[in-house]
Design a protein. Structure first.
Length: 222
């Protein structure tokens, strides 16, 4: 065997070792980036204006252009969670979510109403806690590929999981704090019933963006 022939396996081995070193570093950076993205999404709010059919359309009331437009203010954290699972997958996505939650509970006030260990007594903490099972279920679906059907299903399962667990947790905290029905009804209406459709549509968009971002990341580590 010539010297050149002996060098080829050695070059391939060194190349593989470099890739093994490269992938964990990139993963760490992506996990931290996604945790930071969740923090930023918590404090971002934007308005969505769209066409609606008003309840008074069949009445004798004179309607204006404004009656056919509806503006909803949304915080895009649930779509950000879906983007995270689309980009990182199930295992690293959960890692990113856990870092975000631990940061809010023990380090910085990165939740919507602040932070600290006492935040677990806030009615809205259940939605945050639900990010973990939502990422698990959505990530399990996307594991078989980013087909249109899988994206639809992952978004639906992820969003419904977050809102379902969020409502159950809110009811538990309200029972402990003896909150009245008016508070509970107002919370469910504002935090879930009015919000879930927007979360689903934006989560679909987030997963389509994550699909191509995921391809680019896989290209970098290949």
């Amino acid at each position: 065997m010539t010297d050149d022939e002996e060098m080829i396996p050695r070059i391939k081995r060194v190349s593989k070792e470099k890739k093994k070193l490269k992938i964990p570093v990139l993963n760490i950076l992506l996990v931290l980036f996604c945790s930071f993205l969740l923090m930023v999404a918590t404090f971002v709010q934007f308005n969505i204006t769209h066409f609606i059919l008003p309840f008074d359309i069949f009445s004798t009331k004179a309607l204006t252009k404004a009656d056919f437009l509806y503006t909803y203010s949304i915080i895009p954290q649930v779509p950000a969670v879906m983007f995270v699972v689309g980009l990182l997958g199930r295992r690293l996505g959960i890692t990113s979510i856990v870092i975000y939650i631990l940061t809010g509970l023990f380090l910085l006030p990165v939740f919507a109403l602040g932070g600290g260990i006492r935040y677990i007594l806030e009615p809205g903490f259940g939605y945050i806690m639900a990010y973990i099972p939502a990422v698990f279920f959505a990530g399990s679906i996307l594991k078989s590929g980013f087909s249109f059907k899988n994206i639809l299903k992952a978004s639906l399962i992820g969003v419904v999981t977050i809102h379902f667990i969020g409502i159950i947790y809110m009811l538990f905290i309200c029972a402990v704090k003896h909150e009245g029905w008016a508070f509970i009804k107002g919370w469910i209406l504002s935090q879930s019933i009015l919000k879930i459709a927007y979360d689903y549509v934006l989560s679909l968009i987030a997963l389509f963006v994550a699909k191509y971002a995921n391809k680019y990341v896989n290209y970098l580590i290949s």
